[in-house]
Design a binder for this molecule. Structure first.
Ligand SMILES: [Zn+2]
Length: 166
């Protein structure tokens, strides 16, 4: 009888240890979740999210439509535009597509935010457009597969900005 109650007590203590361990684990999990939530809600997290949003907006709502306008120009004029600004207004309806949402100079600059290189079929790896306004990333538009003047499919890429050596 005495031995049995001793066994029970020990068993009970072990159960409590397991429960305490689980509670501690739960607390750690809750703490890290709330830490992450606070991080995302505060300035650092919010600006990171805003930055990602601008990157997406610039690529999909500005650069890809602009690349499509360059293709329309090629079909219409028989050559790619010399300056990307030349696609407006005949081949591009909205002038704002010439500008990155992060470019504060905007339309007043009268120059596109993007670096433009007229495509040459023998240099398919040269990006058509590059946006330098998303440090530390560079957003660029390259042909998907073969380049077919007037009908090339353009896709977005990102690369890390090369650090200048000083
Ligand atoms: Zn941009």
């Amino acid at each position: 009888m005495k031995a049995s109650s001793e066994f029970q007590r020990r068993n009970q203590r072990r159960t409590w240890t397991v429960i305490l361990f689980l509670v501690a684990l739960l607390l750690v999990a809750l703490l890290s979740i709330s830490y992450f939530a606070v991080m995302m809600a505060t300035e650092g997290g919010a600006s990171f999210m805003a930055q990602a949003q601008r990157l997406k907006e610039c690529g999909h709502q500005r650069m890809l439509p602009l690349a499509a306008a360059a293709e329309r120009y090629r079909r219409g004029e028989g050559k790619y535009p010399e300056r990307i600004e030349d696609v407006f207004p005949v081949y591009l309806a909205e002038e704002q597509m010439l500008y990155c949402p992060l470019d504060t100079a905007g339309p007043d600059a009268k120059r596109s935010s993007f670096t433009y290189q007229p495509p040459e079929p023998d240099k398919p790896n040269v990006p058509l457009l590059e946006c330098p306004h998303h440090d530390p990333l560079v957003l660029l538009v390259r042909p998907q597969g073969r380049m077919e003047p007037g009908h090339t499919l353009w896709v977005l890429h990102t690369k890390a900005r090369a650090r200048s050596t000083q």
